[in-house]
Design a protein around this ligand. Structure first.
Ligand SMILES: [Zn+2]
Ligand SMILES: [Zn+2]
Length: 264
């Protein structure tokens, strides 16, 4: 079964025609199932959960103030689209969910917002270290060149453990994207990876092998690092392949290259 478990409508409208561009791109490449999601920063309901990220740095505040991209739709708009797409005859299985920017301080608020909705899946993601985004053009200045890399890694995995233990999510986004700019800790990550694998299994959360870091940020790993992937497989983590496509032409990118390492 060929799956692309993570792609964003983010750069386009919430319309059936736009969704079908993703569906058709996946169908043409032989995918059996795709999972469509958007970041919670698309939706008005979640604006309050970004207060910490806004307060941490001016650039982040500006980034989130762009009303053409951020907090522009409602979850009800999204649910309407999902119903419309699901009522159509589709060539492959299409599931819908969200990529929630998880911050422990807003755990209860996130839970409350999500409660009335039933999505096919929910992806939890850590994108910030105590308010500081680690994957932006300004991240080197505010985070990587300012703080100890070991401390950043320790905090990143603490946040991930908290995310998994919250039981709010069915899937963990890009478990090791913290490596994206090539900063690595000096300590051995093996025990951290083992603990993560164990938690994912215990809490029935899928772990992504996300290829976005490779083709979007030019990191040499095509998805999970060899070490983390091996530990996920040893522990029996339910691995899901994911492109993190932000446009239809990126759907499925490199998934066939990592398929064997993930499943065979
Ligand atoms: Zn993400
Ligand atoms: Zn994503």
């Amino acid at each position: 079964m060929l799956i692309d478990g993570h792609m964003h409508l983010e750069n386009g409208p919430l319309t059936k025609d736009y969704v079908m561009e993703f569906v058709n791109a996946a169908y043409k490449q032989g995918f059996d199932r795709i999972q469509i999601l958007d970041h919670t920063h698309r939706f008005k309901e979640f604006e309050g959960t970004y207060q910490g990220v806004k307060d941490a740095c001016d650039k982040q505040e500006q980034w989130l103030a762009n009303k053409e991209m951020k907090f522009k739709d409602t979850l009800d708009d999204y649910v309407k689209l999902i119903k419309e797409v699901k009522s159509c005859d589709l060539p492959i299985e299409v599931l819908f969910g969200l990529e929630v920017c998880y911050v422990p301080e807003y755990k209860e608020e996130i839970k409350k917002i999500l409660e009335p909705y039933h999505f096919d899946f929910l992806v939890g993601a850590i994108h910030s270290i105590d308010g500081l985004l680690y994957d932006m053009s300004w991240s080197k200045e505010i985070l990587w060149d300012k703080y100890d890399t070991n401390k950043i890694y320790q905090r990143y995995y603490e946040l991930i453990f908290d995310l998994v233990e919250s039981d709010l999510f069915t899937q963990l986004a890009h478990p090791d994207t913290i490596k994206m700019f090539g900063y690595y800790p000096t300590y051995d990550l093996t025990p951290t990876y083992q603990k993560l694998a164990q938690l994912l299994v215990e809490h029935h959360v899928k772990g992504e092998c996300n290829t976005g870091c490779y083709y979007r940020y030019h990191h040499p790993d095509k998805g999970l690092s060899k070490e983390l992937l091996q530990i996920f497989r040893e522990y029996g983590v339910d691995i899901i392949t994911a492109s993190d496509a932000h446009k239809p032409s990126d759907v499925g990118t490199c998934i066939k290259d990592v398929y064997d390492a993930c499943y065979r």
